[in-house]
Each structure stands twice: as C-alpha cells, then as structure tokens.
Ligand binder design. Structure first.
Ligand code: BEZ
Length: 401
C-alpha cells in the first residue's frame, strides 16, 4: 500500500475525498471531471483578510500569488486560473461559513489563505474533511502542521513556534536574563510567546511577565506603563499589520524606546516601516525574510513585484509568491490534472522552492524548513544582520507523519 508522508493510506484518503466531492456535486461529477481533464480553468479560492488590521497582509499575499501565476503566463500546470475571493475579516467565528463558500458553493480546486491563526484552525477542520488541497500562506497556528497535519494541507509560511524560538538564544547572547512578552490574546500571540519562552529558558533566561490585550485592540498605554514599572532587561512582542505600526509608535512615544530594548518576531516591523517614520529605528527581530538578502531570486522578485504592483514586497508577499511556486511544482508534475491528487501531493512534498527568502523544502508535516534571520531596522529596511538559526524545522508535535 502506498503511504503518504503522514502514514495515511494514500488510496483510502483519496477515495474518501472523492466521495465527499461526489456528494456535493450530484449528477455533475462525470461531465465536470471530463471538462476539467480537458483543460477547464483551475478554480483557485483566495480566503484572506481584505478588511481590518491584517488587510495589508491579505493584499500582499494576493499580489505575491498572482505574480507567480503571471510569471507562468497566467497559468499553473498549463491551466488558466479562475479566482474566487472571500474576505475572511480575520474573524474565526466566520471561518467555517467562509471556507464552505469556497469549497461547496464555488467548488474550488485549491484553497489559498489565510493570515489569522484562529481562522486557519477553522479552515483546517474543513480542509481535512473535504480533502481539498489547501496552501496556508501565513497563519502560523502550530496545530495546523501538528495534530491537524494532513496529506492535503501545506504551509508556505512558518509555524508560530518557528518565529520566536530562535529569539531566546539571540537575547541571551546579548546578555539579557529576563524579559516581558506583550501580544494579542489569541492562538498566534500565545504560541509565539510559548516558542520564545522555550528558547529563552533553554538558554537560562526567564520570561517574567506575559502581557495581553484582545485582538485586534490597540490601546497599549496601560500595558506600556506596566512595562515601565517592571523594568525588564528586554521587551519581546508579536503584533502585525496596522496594529504593529501603532504599537511601535506608542512604544517610542511612551519614552520606553532607548530605555528598554524592544524585540519581536519580524511581523512587528515587516510592511509597516514606511508608515511610522523613525519609531522603529534600531529594533531587532527574527524572521524568515529580510530586505537585503542578496540572493539572485530575491533581486529578481523585488524588481518584478515593484513593477507589477508599484509597491515594495514584504514577507507576506513572499509567502503568497511561494504558494504559487509550490502549487506550480505540484500541477506541472501532473500536467494540470488536479484530480490526480496523489501526484500533486507527491510533487509538492519533494519540491525545493527557489524562494526570495532563500531555498526551502518542506518537513514531513508540510511546513517550511528554513533559515531564520536576525534583522535590524535601518531607515525603511529590515536589514539582515546574521542567520539566527540555520534550516529551522518546526518540531511538529502531535503530527502523525
Ligand atoms: C497569525 O495569526 O498566525 C499571524 C498573523 C499575522 C502575522 C503572523 C501570524
């Protein structure tokens, strides 16, 4: 019996998923299947935030994905693309309904998205049940490539753990023994905090305080006052999108900048620097991308992205772009026949992605194994200082791969 990376019986898995597809398309499956085999458009569902604090992230992912498609003549695996778009509003409560809009109503062949970990948890359940191929382009929820890992679920971004675990070593090497972590209270913030604590404690550091506010609130003042009274060696944070810009400005305005060093994973400073003047100057972060990587692929990508969208790319654009590249690898292998799901999955599992972030491969749980960089804000750029962790793989705790 052929096994996937996950130890699932591949034939059983595919049989199960086609049964579900059949149930939702009674009477139309055979002609539809034939039409698709003959080169109908590939139905791609984009489920991303286009309103709220994560809007710039959703837009950058969309732009990156579409750029990868355009570089292939508007086709993947030789098939033209038809897009179906849902604004998920970064609202976990609407995740099942929104995912089902794309899967059941629009009958997408592949699901692309999302940003918010809570929304991704809702998508994961439905992706597992339906068997529809899902490329997660940002949301770091550890469980998605942990206990919820599945043959049809791939991630082109990171796990939440991956982005903060290396920070512990970075801070300890700089001589900091204690730190306070401040973030939004939801899966991403909590898992990133845990990743940092694990890495920091391993080095002998101590996380002395966890400070939370509800997502997507930006009333930071009371918590900044608390930090001032605690006087930790360093502050570590996760915020992203519009909220991250506001946090950086408030941290500087509160007088803490220059007194207590601020760190974070790179979502704190990626895609926000142009809007906030010099409020983040000197802030150091860890992430799987930076603005001056000096890799040929990155130079070409940055030029192409700026030309296509009149914008500078960021980490989110790269993750969207790499989703296009990974999907192309899968579809090229089966000449666009996505009904050959086993063939698509096999090709994606073994792909080596020539990414603007540097080449990466997938772990058995389908999460990128990638270098994590230490970056420093200089002007409008996240300038890479060093590789904080070479080829870091998420531990994939709970994944029966
Ligand atoms: C998350 O919810 O997983 C997330 C959102 C924004 C940036 C990074 C992670």
């Amino acid at each position: 019996m052929e096994k996937t990376n996950h130890g699932f019986d591949r034939r059983e898995f595919l049989k199960g998923t086609s049964a579900i597809a059949g149930a939702s398309a009674v009477g139309t499956l055979a002609p539809l299947g034939l039409a698709r085999a003959q080169g109908a458009k590939l139905r791609v569902g984009l489920m991303l935030p286009y309103t709220g604090t994560y809007t710039p992230l959703g837009v950058a992912i969309t732009n990156g994905f579409k750029l990868a498609v355009e570089e292939r003549g508007g086709k993947l695996g030789g098939r033209e693309i038809e897009y179906f778009v849902v604004d998920d509003e970064s609202n976990p409560g609407k995740a099942p309904e929104n995912t089902n809009k794309l899967i059941q109503r629009d009958k997408v062949d592949v699901l692309i998205g999302t940003v918010h970990s809570g929304v991704a948890m809702g998508m994961a359940k439905i992706a597992r049940e339906s068997g529809v191929l899902w490329l997660n382009t940002n949301a770091g929820a550890d469980d998605v490539t942990g206990p919820l890992c599945a043959p049809n679920i791939f991630r082109t971004s990171f796990s939440n753990w991956q982005t903060t675990y290396p920070l512990g070593k970075v801070l300890k090497a700089k001589g900091y023994n204690n730190a306070v972590f401040i973030t939004w209270k939801y899966a991403a913030g909590e898992e990133m905090l845990r990743g940092f604590r694990e890495g920091f404690e391993k080095e002998g550091g101590k996380l002395t305080k966890e400070l939370y506010l509800p997502f997507p609130q930006v009333e930071f003042q009371a918590l900044l006052t608390e930090i001032a009274s605690i006087k930790p060696d360093a502050v570590v944070s996760f915020f992203a999108g519009v909220g991250a810009g506001k946090f950086l400005k408030d941290y500087a305005a509160s007088g803490l900048k220059g007194k207590i060093p601020l760190y974070g994973n790179g979502f704190l400073t990626d895609g926000v620097l142009e809007a906030i003047g010099d409020a983040a100057e000197g802030v150091e972060t860890t992430l799987h991308y930076g603005d001056n990587l000096n890799v040929p692929k990155d130079k070409a990508f940055r030029l192409a992205y700026a030309k296509a969208w009149k914008l500078q790319p960021d980490v989110y654009a790269v993750q969207g772009y790499d989703a296009g590249q990974l999907l192309a690898a899968g579809l090229d292998a089966v000449k666009g026949d996505i009904s050959n799901k086993a063939g698509v999955i096999k090709a994606m599992e073994s792909a080596k992605i020539d990414s603007p972030r540097g080449a990466w491969t997938l772990s058995k749980a389908h999460n990128p194994v990638q270098d994590i960089y230490l970056r420093k804000v200089v002007g409008n750029q996240n300038v890479v200082q060093s590789v904080a962790w070479k080829a870091l793989a998420d531990p994939a705790r709970g994944c029966k791969a």
